[in-house]
Design a protein around this ligand. Sequence first.
Ligand SMILES: Cc1ncc(COP(=O)(O)O)c(C=O)c1O
Length: 444
Amino acid sequence: METMPKISTPLPGPEAQKILALDKQYVSPSYTRDYPLVAKRGQGAIVEDVDGNFFLDFAAGIAVVSTGHCHPDVVRVIQKQAETLIHMSGTDFYYPLMAQLAEKMAKITPGTFAKKVAFGNSGAEAMEAAMKIARYHTKRHRFIAFLGSFHGRTMGALSLTASKAVQRRGFGPLVPGVVHVPYANPYRCPQGHRAPECVCDCVCSDLLERQLFKTAVPPDEVAAIIVEPIQGEGGYIIPPPRFLDNLRQLCDKYGILLIFDEVQCGMGRTGKMWACDHVGVVPDIIITAKGIASGLPLGVTVARAELMDWGPGAHASTFGGNPVACAAALETIRLLEEKYVANSARVGEYIMGRIVDWPHKHRTVGQVRGRGLMIGIELVKSQETREPNPEARNKVIDRAFNLGLLVLGCGESTIRLMPPLMINREQADFAIDTLNRCITEAEQ
Ligand SMILES: Cc1ncc(COP(=O)(O)O)c(C=O)c1O
C-alpha cells in the first residue's frame, strides 16, 4: 500500500462512476457527499479508491479512524473476538468485555468520583442516553444547548442540534424544552466584540443568567446544559478558556447537570484524551463515540454513578457495546494512550506552526485555529468584515480531492483537518502544501 497520494485516473474514475450510478439509484439522497470518492481499501492515513487512486485521508471517516484505517493491532483483536463471540446482548446477559470497557472508561474520563457507563451504537444514541439520565435523575424537563452545535440526528439529539437548518427542517415538532443560546465564539463574538477584548463571559452571565433564567427559562426546570468543549460541525470553534468553567459554576449554582459532548473532540483528537482536559473542567456526564473503536460502531455515556439511579428496563440497546466493538475500543484506547494522543499533540503543533500565519499570507483566510489534530481554517470574503466565504471553501475542498487530499468542511466556511492520529510529518507536509496551493488557486 502507498504511503503518499497517487492519482492515476481522471476523477471519478470508470469503476467509481459505476458505483455512483448504483448509489444514486438506491441510496438515500439525504447524505451529503462533497466529492465523489469511492473507497475500496484503507491503510493508516491512506485510502485507495476503486480505480487504484491513492488519497491522503485528512477526514478519517469523519474523525472516526483514530488509529488509522485498519490498524493491524485493532484488526487482530476484531478478528479474534469475531471468532470467539460476536454478540450476546449486554442488555440481557453479561460478558467480560462490557464490564472491562466500562471500567476503563470510568478510569480515563475526567473526574475521580465513582462513575457508571451506558453503551449505545453511535454519538446520537450516547446523547439520547445522556438526555434521559438528566431528565430521569433531576425530574426537570428543560435543556440548554448552543447554536452551531451538532449532537446527532435521532429525535432527542436532533432537538439539541442547531448546526444547519436543513438538519431540522421538516422534522418538527422536536423534543420540547430545548433552548439554544449562542456559543462562545471569540472570532464571531455574540456581542460584536473583537478579540482580545472578547472573552465570551457574556454567554453565561448576561445571556443565560441575567436574561434567560429571569425571563423564559426558570433555572430550576433545567435538567442539563449540553455543550461541545470544542464545537465540531459548527466550525471547529475553540471557546475562550473561561467558558466551560463559567458553565460549570452556573450549573453548580442552580443544580443543573453539565454534559460534555466529546463525540468529535474526544479520544485524543485534541492532543489530550479529552478536549475538556485542556481547561480542567469536569462534567457530570460525558459522551463519546466516533474515534473510540477505530471504526466499529460504539457510543458511550459516562455519568457520575449517583446520576444513573434508573432501574432495570429504563434504558438499554440490543447491540450497544457488543463484544467486537468493545474489543476494538479497548485496543484503540491502548494505542491512544501508548502513542497516538501524544502524536496528535506533536503533529498538530507542527501543522499549526506551519499554517498559523496564513491569515497574513492569504487574503481569504480569516482565522486558523486548532488543538492537536482538530484544526479549522476559516475562509472569509474580507478579513475586515469576516463575511463567510463558502464558495472559496468548497472550491478548495474539491480541488484538494483532485490532488489526492481528502478534507471536509464544517460551519459556514471552515475547512476542517481531522486526520487519523497516527499521521507523520511527511503526510502533514503534503496536506499543508496541497491546501496552500488550493487556497492560492481559489484566490485567483
Ligand atoms: C459532537 C457530535 N456529537 C454527536 C454526533 C453524532 O454522532 P453519530 O453520527 O455517531 O450519531 C456527532 C457527529 O458528527 C458529533 O460531531
